[in-house]
Design a protein around this ligand. Sequence first.
Ligand code: LLP
Length: 425
Amino acid sequence: PRSARPEPDGDVTVGGVSLAEAADRFGTPVYVLDEQEVRDRCRAYRDAFPEADIVYAAKAFLCRAVAHWVREEGLGLDVCSAGELALAVTTGFPPERIVLHGNAKSPEDLSTALRLRVGRVVVDSASEIARLAALAPTDARQRVMVRVVPGIAAGGHLKVRTGTDDQKFGLSITDGSAQHAVARLLDQPHLELVGLHCHIGSQIDSVKPYVAAVRRTVGLMARIRDQHGIVLPELNIGGGHAIACRPGERSLDPGVLAVRVRAELAEGCPRAGLPVPRLTLEPGRAIVGPAGVAVYRVLAVKETAGRTFVAVDGGMSDNPRPALYGVRYAPRLIGRPATAAPRRVTVVGRHCEAGDIIADGVALPGDVRPGDLLAVPASGAYHLSMASGYNLVGRPPVVAVADGGARVLVRRESLDDMNRRDVGL
Ligand code: LLP
């Protein structure tokens, strides 16, 4: 986090709270979230895009407090299940500021969204239109958008690229399935088509693909106007803005994105004879990722086959990203001064897989030993939200730090929690 301050004794404070003390008080592994940074990141998007709606992608990390913070900062919420939706509304999140996503929405997802009258349902398939129309109340018109695929390759990893035709999300502009869905939606008396949505991928560190996506979707809006005589008032360009997980990696600056997207709309819309649509963005990772740090305790250090392995008390159950995408992090020793020359080590988790690797070839003090603490920056997004119960280790707690104080937002998963659903012999 930006508020991280190294102390002379080797400790690091975040939000004015010592990470070593947090580790002692809350146990390890522990995820520490800097509340002010989450709020500042929301504000940075609002400042960069005062003309747009900013919707936080809850899949990055959701708990009641985070829903509350982003609402207070004026953001909406992107949810993709009845579960995320239910959690949000229990915090008083206004349903009209919620967007429902998903390529395979369950009957419960759809009916909950309709009952609560969420702001937008983003339709992902022609079959979903029929299902949504059948469930829609007849005394209102549910606002919907169509998720279209602009045919753009962008994103940090193949598994998170969603702008090209060869993946499961959305409807292709290239083969006309997007246009077909638009025509079907316009026939539905209880659904109101308000615009197009596209989300081209994640960990995208350049503005160029966004500009291209805007150009293609505005082109489609012009064709819809020509074909149906309607002007769609809204355009949602999704999220996907990169953060740096390690020193040297590039992040995407919302201010730079705003300038380029605004310029493309200001040029492309008049050229197509369209008004500039109301813009929505859906950042997830860029809101919470850099604000979170994971703190682990070293359980084992060993040298074998020419390598030094440093094993910690968490791993792929709390952060599956290395195993899924081959991502590597940059842990650092905290809580005591470095007293030995650095050496290259491989930091691994405690789980029963060789692919449970947090960092490879990183420098740690040569005398790193069991009991030491390692902090892993950039841990706020897609770690705990994708956490699993692998090896029944129990998911770590989430602790918010602000103004020198720390409080638990989500407590550690206990053995009881884990075994509760196991009904026995
Ligand atoms: N909008 C939609 C429709 C999305 O599907 C996503 C992310 C977002 C917005 C937010 O994207 P963000 O700004 O967070 O990149 N588990 C992967 C990332 C998957 C992203 C899924 N969709 C990872 O850990 O890298």
